[in-house]
Design a protein around this ligand. Structure first.
Ligand code: NIG
Ligand code: FE
Length: 417
């Protein structure tokens, strides 16, 4: 039996998220500002897992592969808990329409937006969908992402939602990073069901969900609960049906207004409620009394010119804020996690420490992967990245748009330089 090569990273300027004392499974409220750092450190890995780390005075002297990380920082990979990277085409025409004055909601009402993506995806061969999503996966890995959630939701018919989920299953089988699959059949009411929305909801509940469960095609169930999309009552029915098939909720809420989405997500014990650009006192109180994680998607606010989620208020209320890219063709055509961290600091006044916790540990937790990823701990997956030379973590969000990721390590193997 051949043994896998071991890896040793030596002379690490700073090892970020090194769990030197108790291992955390979430970062909440004031604790979000605590980012454990170990200076002048080493880290070892074998068979895909972290096998050790510590100060250079205790560094082992042998390994099959040795990387010198003098003056560099080693971070655990980003955990991107909300994306839609399976899609047929980009939507730059709508981008130009918005520049010329149309709103995202107006474009959606005219059959653009999600329905436009659905029309394109329905006629796109499964192979092409797979190839383009695979390309996006490679792209986000190069930004330092080491785990990702991917949603369906551009199919909006029985055949095409299943097609999307089968593409995600194939990505899962071949991907070097963990993938969680989310069923988002309730992303929009298809044009042909406009006057028969009940029938579409029936299709989601009684036809799509059972088949998806039968083929084990999804981990989570999502609904776009918002103005002009699905009501809290409809969302409640779909989420309850999802639970019956073993799919935990993880939903889109409060992007376009205060709509009751947070409440219905929490009432259904959602893993996370995502977007939350519109969040009032009542919503914060509901989240405080729950295990549901608020996930903010600043790329979407940036790209659509809508308000940013109120991260400061959430952190002050003791909540565990998560950050994700929302990579999709309509509201966030970018899977760049370092840029998300920059936006969180620049536009939402999160500190670099808070934003890094939100994009690593809390992102892992929002995919139920907090025991596998999100921090540096012995036994966790060796998915990490080595930065270019840098002395302070603040340089990462400060240098927005600059690539500070130098080497990506996945499963204990350096995959890019
Ligand atoms: O998370 N808001 C709902 N869904 C996606 C965007 C969908 C689209 O415009 O294609 C989002 O922003
Ligand atoms: Fe989304």
């Amino acid at each position: 039996m051949t043994s896998n090569p071991s890896l040793l990273i030596r002379n690490i300027g700073t090892l970020v998220q090194a769990e030197v004392s108790d291992q955390r499974s979430i970062a909440k409220g004031a604790d979000m500002a605590q980012l454990p750092l170990l200076h002048n450190a080493w880290l070892s890995a074998k068979d895909g897992r972290i096998t050790g780390f510590g100060p250079m005075s205790t560094c082992p002297d042998q390994a099959d592969n040795i990387i010198d990380a003098t003056d560099r920082m080693v971070f655990p990979s980003w955990c991107d808990s909300h994306t839609h990277i399976v899609f047929a085409t980009t939507r730059e025409e709508e981008f130009v329409d918005r520049i010329n004055g149309l709103s995202y909601e107006e474009i959606a009402r005219r059959g653009g937006g999600i329905l436009n993506s659905a029309k394109k995806l329905q006629v796109c061969p499964e192979e092409d969908l797979y190839e383009s999503a695979w390309g996006r996966l490679q792209e986000v890995i190069s930004y330092g992402t080491g785990a990702i959630e991917i949603k369906s939701g551009y199919g909006l018919s029985y055949e095409s939602e299943l097609k999307m989920l089968r593409v995600i299953r194939r990505l899962k089988q071949n991907s070097p990073i963990p993938i969680k699959a989310t069923f988002l059949g309730a992303h929009a009411i298809p044009m042909e069901y406009k006057e028969r929305r009940e029938e579409y909801i029936d299709l989601v509940i009684n036809k799509m969900l059972p088949q998806i469960a039968e083929e084990s095609l999804a981990d989570y169930c999502d609904v776009f609960c918002d103005k002009g999309f699905f009501t809290p009552e409809e969302t409640n029915r779909i989420l309850k049906a999802g639970w019956k098939h073993g799919l935990k909720p993880k939903i889109h809420a409060n992007e376009l207004g205060i709509t009751g989405g947070i409440q219905v997500g929490v009432a259904n014990n959602a893993i996370s409620v995502d977007h939350l650009e519109h969040t009032g006192e009542e919503e914060i109180n509901v989240l405080q009394n729950s295990n549901t994680m608020p996930t903010l998607l600043p790329n979407c606010s940036f790209f659509l010119g809508i308000p940013y989620g109120n991260a400061r208020k959430m952190i002050e209320a003791g909540l565990p804020v998560t950050l994700a890219t929302d990579y999709n063709p309509g509201s966030a055509p970018s899977g760049n996690m370092p840029f998300v961290v920059s936006l969180a600091c620049i536009k939402m006044r999160m500190t670099p420490e808070e934003a890094i916790n939100a994009a690593t540990l809390n992102g892992a937790r929002a995919m139920e992967l907090e025991h596998e990823l999100g921090t540096i701990a012995v036994g966790k997956m060796a998915n990490l990245f080595i930065s270019k030379p840098m002395k302070n973590v603040g340089l990462l969000p400060y240098s927005f748009g600059t690539k500070l990721v130098e080497t990506v390590v996945l499963n204990g193997v350096a995959v890019s330089k």
